[in-house]
Structure formats: structure tokens, C-alpha cells
Write a protein that binds this ligand. Structure first.
Ligand code: NAD
Length: 436
């Protein structure tokens, strides 16, 4: 808990926050293996093609689906049946009577059909405005998402519901997720879905990268942790914790792609999951930015990732049903003062997702990215106090996220049952007001 959050939770703080209408950062419920995924039962409504398969999926996750309760852990609405503007009132009919009975850290999930292929493109597109507004209205750690499920992908929603209807998605809100058809591998043990998989995580020695290594390791993957030689000690400590291994290299060096391919092929027979997390900032406003700052950021955050991807695809080192996962940033969506170089590369990561995901469509491999907002790391601890406080509070959850929140989102992309999740860029930003 940050200091303001502790204050807002104290007796006096609660009074001041309430009276002055200040941000109220509710403590988020995060994943714990010893706790149920939600703090209450699920109400499932709607009349489309997803009610039945989603009902079955909720049951297999172990969630309690009820028709009435004084308090709900989640409200899930199948809006695929909404085929006209008039029928949008079904959203109001379902949510209006129950939205105030959603418990702390409750979940709202609306399921739709991708607008371009829907009977009413207008009505399905309209769902976005509804969900994004609900996300902004929910108090006490609640989140809201829209999931567009393509025709024929009804059986592909399980891993996404597991993610959204749990503390794993604590800091994800106001997102639009698209699910298509794709191979679904059902893991033998849902608590270790990545057992037998090999994951490569760049920039794994600290911060978000270390959390990604830990979560993928927790989920059963062997994690190859990569970072620059200068981070060797920290890197080994992370690799030991996750019982993984290390590669020390600079990803911008000319031989890096070949060395990565050689390492994963010789030691592991290939790689299943690649997380391009390594990233740097070299901030200056454009007029004061020398070319060294520009080039360094482009080299680490984008060019090296393109070269590594190319080498992994060309050599066949990325095994079938592979997962390529980028780390963008809300700066790449909204832009940021002093970050023309960084935002260029982070928007480029989104371009990489768009282009590669189209290339791999139908092969079983997926390409997605996370776009973190304000995450509590060494990178953000170095930001001047006032800007830091603004970054922390200017989102629907009024707090910064934790590295584990980014890592859990990546673990959902990496999941063997997420074969239908391709071409998504999901913001892990508490529904940041930046670039909303
Ligand atoms: P960090 O600086 O703590 O970690 C980045 C890691 O990448 C470091 O261990 C570093 O040594 C490694 N790295 C840098 N250059 C490298 C190179 N040439 N070769 C190999 N490794 C290299 O940063 P973080 O906050 O953990 O950020 C991780 C990722 O998340 C970055 O891509 C960053 O842009 C992105 N991100 C962070 C935030 C945030 O709030 N912290 C927000 C949005 C996006």
C-alpha cells in the first residue's frame, strides 16, 4: 500500500476522502491459491449464443452461478443476442437492478460479437461505451471488460474468463478483448498450465521482468531469464528463485538473435513463450534529445525485438502453438511529454502485434501485448513526486499497479487454452485517464 492509500484507509482518512471526494484507492484483491477467485457468486444473464458455453465454463472454473443473491462477485452478460439499437435496453434491464449489489473488487464482463461480423454492427460497437463507463463508475476495486467472441469461438473463452473473473486481472479495467478460433490445449493441472513449456523473458533481472519470470515459473514453465551481463547477479537470483536458467547478453548486439536461437534449441529443443520485456527510457523533449538517446531506445525497445522474432520464426525455434508477447506502454497509445523516442517504440510494439498476429493467424501461434500504465517499480519510483502522484491516482482504481498485475496478464496470453487470443493489446493501467 502506498502512503496515500494507507491514509485513505485509516478512520480519519476515510472521513476526509469521503468529505472532499478525493480518490479512494481500494486495496485490490489479487490472486491467491488459497482463496476463491471471486468474493461472491456470479450472475449470468443475456440470451445470445454464449450463455450456455459460458455457463459451462464458469462451472468448470469452480465459480458459483446463481440467479439471485444479496451480493455478487461478478455480473456476466451475454450481449451477442443484441441485434438492434432498440435491444440495447437489455443492458439496462440486466445491470440496473443489480449493479449496486456488486461486492468489493467485483467484476463486470460483457460478451459480444466482433462488430464487423455482427447482425447489428452499431449495437455491438455500442457495447464499448457502456463497458468503459461502467469501469469508471465502479467503486471499491471493481473492473469492467468487453470480450468480443467470434462466431465459432464459443469454446475458446475458458482461459479468458478464468483471468477476468479472478484477482489475476486486478489492475485491468475498461478493456476490449477479442477472441477468435484457435487450438485450445486443456492443461492437465490448471494450477500449473505451463508445465512442460519453455519461456524466454528478456529484462528478467528486476522489476516487471522478474515478476513475469516468477509468475510463468509458478505456472509450471521452465523460464530462461535474459538480461545484460551487468545485471548478472540479480539475474541469477531470479533464475534460482524460479528454478530457471539464464542467458546474459545485450539484446541489441549483432549476434544476439543467433545466440538466443542456439541457446533455446540446444538446451531445450526450442521455446514456446517469448516475452519481450526488456526496455529503456532516455527522456528529453524532442528539441533537447540527442540522436544517441533516440537510437538507444529504438534499438532496445523495438529493433532488437523484430530481429529476435525474425530469427525465432525463420529457424523454427519457436515451437508450434507458440506465444510471442510484447510489452508496450500507455505512452505508446496516448503519447507523453519527453518521451517521443519511447512512445514511438511502444506504438511500434503495437504495430508488431498487428502485423505478426495477422501473419500467424490460423497456425496456432499467437502474438499479443500488454500496455502497462503506472506500475510501482524502480522506473516509476524515480519519477518526480508530483508527476508520480498524478500517475498513480489518474485511473479508475486511483492507485498504481504492481509488476505481478502485468505478469498475470502475460500468463493469460501464454496459457495453452488461450489459442484464440491473438492480436490483442491489453492495457494494464487501472483504466488510466491517459489516452482513454
Ligand atoms: P526496469 O528498468 O526495472 O527493467 C528493464 C530490464 O531490461 C532491466 O533489467 C534491464 O537491464 C533490461 N535491459 C535493458 N536493456 C537491455 C538490453 N539491451 N539487453 C538485455 N536486457 C536489457 O524496467 P521495468 O519498469 O521493469 O519495465 C519493464 C518493461 O515494462 C519495459 O519494457 C518498460 O518500458 C515497460 N513498462 C513499464 C512501466 C512501469 O510503470 N514501470 C510502464 C509501462 C511500460
Amino acid at each position: 500500500m502506498d502512503r496515500y492509500q494507507s491514509f485513505a484507509r485509516s478512520g480519519f482518512g476515510r472521513f476526509v476522502v469521503g468529505k472532499l471526494g478525493l480518490p479512494d484507492p481500494y486495496p485490490l484483491r489479487r490472486h491467491s491459491p488459497t482463496q476463491p477467485p471471486l468474493d461472491g457468486p456470479v450472475l449470468l444473464g443475456g440470451s445470445g449464443r454464449l450463455v450456455e458455453p459460458v455457463g459451462a465454463a464458469l462451472g468448470s472454473i469452480g465459480l458459483d452461478v446463481v440467479s439471485e443473491s444479496p451480493r455478487y462477485g461478478a455480473l456476466v452478460f451475454d450481449a451477442t443476442g443484441i441485434d438492434s439499437t432498440e435491444r440495447l435496453r437489455e443492458l439496462h434491464e440486466f445491470f440496473h437492478p443489480v449493479i449496486r449489489s456488486l461486492g468489493p473488487c467485483g467484476r463486470v464482463v460483457v460478451l459480444g460479437t466482433p462488430p464487423a461480423s455482427a447482425a447489428s454492427q452499431v449495437a455491438q460497437r455500442a457495447l464499448e461505451g457502456f463497458v468503459r463507463s461502467v469501469g469508471k463508475e465502479l467503486k471499491r476495486g471493481g473492473t469492467a471488460q468487453l470480450v468480443y467472441v467470434a462466431e465459432g469461438a464459443e469454446g475458446s473463452v475458458g482461459s479468458t474468463l478464468r483471468f477476468l473473473l479472478s484477482g489475476r486481472s486486478a489492475y485491468v479495467s475498461g478493456q476490449v478483448i477479442r477472441i477468435g478460433t484457435g487450438p485450445i490445449e486443456v492443461p492437465e493441472d490448471w494450477s500449473r498450465p505451463l508445465a512442460g513449456k519453455v519461456a524466454l523473458v528478456t529484462g528478467a533481472s528486476r522489476g516487471i521482468g522478474a515478476a513475469i519470470a516468477e509468475v510463468l515459473g509458478r505456472d509450471g514453465a521452465h523460464v530462461v531469464c535474459l538480461d545484460v551481463p551487468a545485471q548478472g547477479d540479480e539475474l541469477s537470483a531470479v533464475a534460482n528463485r524460479v528454478r530457471g536458467s539464464t542467458i546474459q547478453l545485450d539484446i541489441t548486439s549483432a549476434g544476439a538473435p543467433a545466440r538466443i536461437v542456439e541457446h533455446v534449441t540446444q538446451r531445450h529443443g526450442g521455446v514456446d513463450i517469448v516475452v519481450h520485456n526488456a526496455g529503456i527510457t532516455r527522456d528529453r523533449t524532442l528539441g533537447r534529445m540527442d540522436e544517441g538517446r533516440w537510437d538507444a531506445v529504438v534499438a532496445v525497445n523495438l529493433a532488437s525485438q523484430e530481429r529476435v522474432n525474425q530469427a525465432l520464426f525463420d529457424s523454427g525455434a519457436l515451437r508450434p502453438n507458440g506465444r510471442v508477447i510484447g510489452v508496450s506502454s500507455i505512452a505508446g497509445i496516448a503519447g507523453n511529454v519527453g518521451q517521443t523516442n519511447y512512445a514511438t517504440t511502444k506504438a511500434g510494439v503495437i504495430g508488431m502485434v498487428d502485423s505478426l498476429s495477422a501473419q500467424v493467424a490460423g497456425t496456432g501461434t499467437t502474438v499479443n501485448a500488454v500496455a502497462p500504465g503506472f506500475i510501482e517499480t524502480r522506473m516509476t519510483a524515480a519519477v518526480p513526486l508530483f508527476i508520480r502522484e498524478a500517475g498513480r491516482r489518474m485511473n479508475s482504481l486511483s492507485q498504481g499497479g504492481l509488476p505481478v498485475d502485468v505478469a498475470e496478464t502475460i500468463a493469460w496470453f501464454a496459457h495453452p487454452a488461450s489459442g484464440g487470443v491473438n492480436g490483442n493489446v491489453v492495457r494494464v493501467c487501472g483504466q488510466s485517464l491517459l489516452g482513454a
